[in-house]
Ligand binder design. Structure first.
Ligand code: FPP
Length: 253
């Protein structure tokens, strides 16, 4: 687990999750093939990893390939797989020396041996780093995660009455990390697309029209500034609540 400074600024999220959307449109605007958008997306990811580490964010989780992305044309899927392997071999040395720990979540049983080995190798080679934990969600889906957690809980012979939220959380793929504080989606769509459904129950959501390859330090800082202004209540009335009741008592958030 990343080492956390106890005096860390509460206005800075400890865990940021990102749906990196808009690569295809970025490429289309430039009359380029979609694959060029994904390639530029890798460059954006490298920038954002560095920026998150510089801003003392402990965990960054990115949706690199969803369980639904197999529906894309075969050429795009195989392009994404090759790009992943190339990107890991190109950037791994720098990520290692920058103190980034790579972790992978998702169903790796159905990806090719080459892709699985590249991901697990990156995970092993960075296992001793603790500046920033970069979780790559690959062949991941939030519903898959909940189902696999339930299956593993049953396999561990847990009795129904022993199963509560804290217990099931221990079987979720990201049990090593705190829940995301800030969930960012680029590319203008306003939906979760089956990413970290369980873990994002109380995440602050930021949606931006910025296409992922254009996302940079400035865009990250805009999302962080938005986050810093949110009042996180976790179901309570929060600092602005009062005993006489009022609008803030009506909600459940
Ligand atoms: C969504 O954009 C993006 C993806 C499906 C892949 C995200 C991947 C990267 C940023 C590169 C790093 C990851 C790997 C696997 C190398 P889109 O294609 O849906 O864009 P569109 O909505 O504009 O069509």
């Amino acid at each position: 687990m990343a080492v956390t400074d106890p005096s860390r600024d509460p206005g800075v999220p400890r865990h940021v999750a990102i749906v990196m959307d808009g690569n295809g449109r970025w490429a289309r605007k430039r009359l380029m093939p979609r694959g060029m958008g994904h390639k530029a997306g890798v460059d954006a990811l490298v920038r954002v990893v560095q920026a998150c580490a510089d801003r003392h964010i402990d965990y960054l989780t990115v949706f690199a390939f969803s369980s639904e992305n197999w529906k894309r044309p075969e050429e795009e899927v195989s392009g994404l797989m090759s790009l992943l392997i190339v990107a890991l071999s190109k950037h791994l040395t720098k990520l290692r020396s920058d103190g980034v720990r790579i972790r992978v979540v998702g169903d790796l049983s159905t990806v090719s041996d080459k892709v699985r080995e590249a991901l697990l190798d990156a995970q092993t080679k960075t296992a001793h780093n603790d500046r920033l934990v970069l979780t790559v969600a690959f062949n991941y889906g939030g519903r898959w995660d909940i189902v696999q957690a339930a299956q593993r809980a049953l396999a561990a012979n847990l009795k129904p009455e022993m199963l509560d939220e804290a217990t099931l959380s221990r079987f979720m793929a990201m049990s090593y990390a705190p829940d995301p504080d800030l969930f960012i989606r680029t590319g203008g769509e306003v939906r979760l697309s089956n990413f970290l459904l369980w873990q994002s129950a109380y995440a602050e959501l930021v949606f931006t029209d910025c296409l992922w390859p254009d996302f940079d330090e400035r865009e990250l800082d805009k999302a962080l500034a938005d986050y810093a202004q949110r009042e996180r209540r976790f179901g309570d009335v929060g600092a602005s609540g009062d005993e006489s009741g009022g609008p803030s008592d009506a909600g459940v958030a």
